[in-house]
Design a protein around this ligand. Sequence first.
Ligand code: NAP
Length: 465
Amino acid sequence: MAPIGTATQPLRVAIVGAGPAGFYAAERLFKETELVIEVDMFDRLPTPYGLVRNGVAPDHQKIKSVTAVFDRVAGNPRFRFLGNIELGRDVTVDDLKEYYHEILFSTGAQTDRPLGIPGDDLAGSYPATEFVAWYNGHPDYRECEFDLSQERVAVVGVGNVAVDVARILCRTREELMKTDIADYALEALSNSQVKEVYILGRRGPAQAAFTAPEVKELGELADCDTFVLPEEAELDSLSLAAMANADRADVRKVEIIQELSHRQPSGKSKRLILRFLVSPTELIGDEHGHVRQMKLVHNELYATEAGSLRPRATDRTETLDVGMVFRSIGYRGVPLPGVPFHESWGVIPNNGGRVIDITTKEPLLGEYTAGWIKRGPTGVIGTNKPDAAETVENMLEDARAGRTLEPSHPTAEAVTSMLDERQCRPVSFDDWKRLDEFELNRGKAEGRPRVKFTRIEDMLAALRS
Ligand code: NAP
């Protein structure tokens, strides 16, 4: 076989999933100087950037500016974006093996983890992931309905997603107008009756998963007073001892929480209450099957043998009147057709990003993974850079050693013809740039950073226009 990775025989790589992990992997691949590499990046949506577009909170526009890095990657002449092409619907893994030497799956984590308590499925109880995708204008979630006529809401979990959800519920119309929140969500949230939002942590302030800047921001909302109950802001003796070795960021986080516990109401129209050491045990519905109350048990912390502090139920309970509940206890990956999947971990089984057979643990030739579907839903966007780099190092090592797939049609043109024959019309990066321009112009007209397309038909119609 002729050597792969030359100008006449480039190493052809398919990346499935155009989020941060996929782009960071492409960026790292293009840094390789010894091998000539071509990348085709597929996404089931016509738009790139994955969670940066559909997950990052709309009032965190600065974080979204990372797309400039991805645009530079997309500007490489050896890069193609093939949007609106779905694995399993339009192409299969077996198809890809006929066109690429290496395939990398970076599809993220699309679903949520259930609470597993009675009443979890009542009307008015929602996964936070759906709310996030809805307010960000993800085409698959635009038709979701959230009962914003309720006055009291609980968000379960104290990660950054729970903070995002609570903050968006507590923002004013004026605050939301400055964001690229989906237009229908802007209208629905402007008419929302929500007055009181609880964020519920099962452990104490020192173990909260959110980060210091995020909790600080909760204390700075235009028309919402944020509180912590003084008795729940106090650290227990185990947490106090652990804080002795805590890093600066965690110390700062606890300081901010304790500062919020000294706040007095200032007459703002909404209230956000951060609770600690409580776990929901049941959601109680009314005669229409709509959530009305949440039963909570108070927890205490204990140290495991490994030294971590875990929550344990006490005999103290309470009932919270709430008409809406968001569970925000972590995202979860979904299996891709034709790709191994670890059911209990919700990830593609892998060794340093090399996909492995779940039983033999042997690497599968030419298959790789990066991002949340590789390591689980942890870390910030930047975490995907070293994560993707690890995978790409292994891809390059395998390519240099000749351990690649042997595709029968390893050319960009062959992929185009195959998609053409199937009457699939991929959305290119240039097409996306036109959509981007449309969105920015629509935003300008309304005094907003962007007004997103939220229907795939509308995106395709705009491209035809
Ligand atoms: P996360 O950070 O893993 O937080 C999950 C939360 O759910 C934790 O507080 C966890 O508590 C709690 N939890 C888990 N099981 C529970 C149960 N059965 N009952 C009650 N609580 C439970 O997940 P995330 O908020 O979904 O965020 C995912 C990742 O995206 C994180 O790395 C996050 O930092 C990142 N992110 C970052 C930003 C940002 O930078 N602004 C924004 C959004 C997301 P325990 O700790 O007790 O398990």
